[in-house]
Ligand binder design. Structure first.
Ligand code: MD3
Ligand code: FE
Length: 219
């Protein structure tokens, strides 16, 4: 019999564990733990050039998540819709380049998750303050759904809502912590997902927030 971690939340599994969430979706617990300080420094440099901002949805609501991007394009939303844009609409300048450290981490994580040769061109950076949530959605703005998505959690812990192919499917709740990396692709690529409202807390590196890096080959 294979050893199983049944009954354990992913956060209670040993560091370095690989938790299969569904076919094509895997949580690599602690995969980026040793790199978190360097990632925080990189985010700091990016946000100095492209500040976090809360964007407006096509429906006219201001998102509670604050976002910025690095890479060849960035994910943006405004009254006209969602899109990847090569320029930051706030500054009119191209987004800061994706640091090599980030690109390489994403490639290694994708490979560990079963997707070889992943080369992201976009990194969306989400910042959650206490109470901030991301409601259930699909990621559908990318050209090629054969490409996986890699997500790196930094700072305060959060609860991923991991649903199925239909919005009506009740999502599973998966606790993620700083340094955890998730890889979503194949049959899980279009699953509904979100983030439950962030609980208050204090992280020694980023304070009272959570930062999530989402790597995509979007263009
Ligand atoms: C499940 N961000 O930016 S990725 C997003 O914590 C987004 O900020 C989450 O969802 C965050 O669009 C982390 C979680 C995620 C991403 C893509 C998925 C889960 C997924 C694709 C398919 C299934
Ligand atoms: Fe998403």
């Amino acid at each position: 019999m294979m050893p199983s971690n049944q009954g354990l939340f992913p956060s209670e599994a040993p560091l370095g564990e690989r938790v299969e969430l569904s076919q094509g979706a895997v949580l690599l617990r602690g995969f980026a733990a040793s790199e978190v300080p360097a990632l925080v420094e990189a985010v700091d440099e990016i946000q100095a050039l492209a500040p976090f901002r809360r964007m407006i949805t096509p429906g006219g609501h201001r998102m509670s998540v604050a976002m910025t991007n690095c890479g060849e394009a960035g994910w943006v939303t405004d009254r006209t819709g969602y899109r990847y844009d090569s320029r930051d609409p706030e500054t009119g300048r191209p987004w800061p380049p994706m640091p090599d450290l980030l690109k390489k981490l994403a490639g290694r994580a994708a490979a560990a998750g079963g997707f070889s040769r992943f080369v992201p061109d976009v990194c969306l950076i989400n910042r959650y303050n206490p109470g901030t949530r991301l409601s259930l959605h699909q990621d559908r703005d990318e050209h090629d759904y054969q490409q996986p998505i890699v997500s790196v959690s930094i700072g305060l812990p959060a609860v991923f809502l991991f649903g199925g192919g239909e919005r009506t499917e009740r999502p599973r709740r998966i606790r993620v912590e700083s340094g955890d990396v998730a890889v979503w692709g194949g049959p899980a690529r279009l699953n509904f997902h979100g983030v439950a409202p962030l609980r208050d807390g204090f992280d020694p590196l980023v304070g009272n927030c959570r930062i999530n890096l989402t790597f995509r080959k979007a263009l």
